[in-house]
Design a protein around this ligand. Structure first.
Ligand code: SAM
Length: 203
């Protein structure tokens, strides 16, 4: 398969072994094999500077849990500087809600760097100093940013040319024009007394 470019993704995470996860299946996996898109993971812990691999510390002001240290995150980021035309996203419940519109814009860029949080989150100074965009996948709290990263990458990868077999599929999808897709049916015409709407049969 001839492709014009590869959409590159770098994921900073404490759990690189979680990837590619769901992205290793079906059309996304095939497109990755064909280098339509590619993903590399970076283990944040490799950038700890003590023998224990310490990546977190207690929060200033008290409170439960631990915060990912800015120096460790900063070193991980600086060793994997994203391209000029890349988006740089950190996943956090506090971020802007992810929408199909935002995903569409992200998919037109050359690449994407994603930072996955863990524990109580990341030191704010890392987020600000590297000008990261904060994105949330919904108003609920997960344990880490890895599943949100997969959600983000899967949604983006569907829009990268060459991933879906039929490019028309994304044109009529839900949210594309601010509308939701109509209900779909296949054979048989009558399923346990539930019939396919007449209008779809008469054409
Ligand atoms: N203390 C944080 C708060 O109250 O907002 C929650 C931290 S959460 C337990 C740990 C990490 O999971 C976050 O840093 C983030 O990377 C990820 N995460 C959890 N829920 C998320 C969501 N809804 N959207 C994006 N990332 C999320």
């Amino acid at each position: 398969m001839k492709i014009n470019r590869t959409y590159n993704i770098t994921v900073l995470t404490l759990f690189p072994e979680m990837f590619p996860g769901s992205l290793g299946y079906s059309l996304a996996a095939k497109a990755r094999e064909n280098r339509v898109w590619d993903l590399q993971t970076v283990n944040i812990r490799d950038f700890a500077d003590d023998n224990y691999g310490t990546v977190d510390d207690v929060p200033y002001g008290g409170g439960p849990g631990m915060i990912l240290k800015p120096e460790v995150l900063g070193r991980a980021f600086d060793a994997n500087i994203p391209g000029k035309d890349w988006d740089k996203i950190v996943l956090t419940p506090r971020g802007k809600p992810l929408t199909q519109n935002r995903i569409k814009k992200i998919s037109t860029k050359k690449g994407l760097l994603i930072v996955c949080g863990r524990y109580e989150g990341l030191d704010e100074r890392f987020v600000k100093s590297r000008s990261l965009e904060e994105i949330s996948i919904g108003d609920y709290v997960l344990t880490g940013g890895e599943i949100p990263a997969m959600v983000l990458v899967e949604a983006i990868s569907r829009l990268v040319p060459g991933v879906l077999g039929d490019p028309e599929s994304v044109v009529e999808e839900s949210f594309t024009d601010g509308l939701l897709e109509y209900p779909q049916y296949t054979r048989p015409r009558d399923y346990q007394g539930f019939k396919v709407p007449e209008i779809l049969i008469s054409g």
